[in-house]
Design a protein around this ligand. Sequence first.
Ligand SMILES: Nc1nc2c(ncn2[C@@H]2O[C@H](COP(=O)(O)OP(=O)(O)O)[C@@H](O)[C@H]2O)c(=O)[nH]1
Ligand SMILES: [Mg+2]
Length: 242
Amino acid sequence: MPAAAPEISVVVPVFDEEGAAPDLAREIAAAFKGRKFEIVFVDDASRDGTRAALTALKREIPQLRVLGHRNNAGQSRAIRTGILGAKGAVVVTLDGDGQNDPADGPKLVDALLAGPPDLALVGGERVKRQDSQAKKVASRIGNGVRKRLLKDTANDTGCGLKAFRREAFLRLPYFDHIHRYLPALMVREGYRTAFLPVNHRHRTTGRSKYTNLGRLWVSLSDLFGVIWLQSRARNPGEVDEL
Ligand SMILES: Nc1nc2c(ncn2[C@@H]2O[C@H](COP(=O)(O)OP(=O)(O)O)[C@@H](O)[C@H]2O)c(=O)[nH]1
Ligand SMILES: [Mg+2]
């Protein structure tokens, strides 16, 4: 019997996450059991066994799909690739290292579906963040500056766990690292956003792909870019067909 068309697409970007990806895929399948879902892992040209491990898992998890970049193109591009290929109207993203808890995914989806039609995104906010002190401090400062300048009401846009409407995402511009600006860009497009507290876990395998200094540098240029995008937005309100 062919599987029912998925309503939810769980998109996971991975780069060198062979230690975490298989168990994460199993956890996602368990969390969304009973729903019409697919899991789309996007392997961003990993140099380890990530791709082979995930492909082998397709026999065990029928909802699992694996897309692969030929060249490394970064987390945001991998997320976009997954969303372009996704079949569900609702997309859930989460980090591929296991730090986000898949059990929070359905909660975000339910909040999104229970909201008004113009609610396009429900983002997770990590309550007890399990990272180094340096990363937590940098993140708090970065989030504070962004929230002040962009007025996007989001406390933690670096949280990889988000649920949103695929159609809304496809209306947004694309640039590298856009995944931290989704709330601001959704609002720019005329949508509403909401946030819920989510669990966060230690990274138990593999290595972080970002450094504080690297993130600071791109964040500054991205912030100016998003401020410019906001300044160039015009909204016609409801469109009437006459
Ligand atoms: N596809 C892709 N994913 C990446 C890349 N860099 C990081 N990621 C993924 O993005 C997520 C968050 O990255 P991570 O290194 O854990 O960042 P941290 O939690 O802030 O230290 C993980 O799922 C990574 O596998 C990349 O270049 N390409
Ligand atoms: Mg991480």
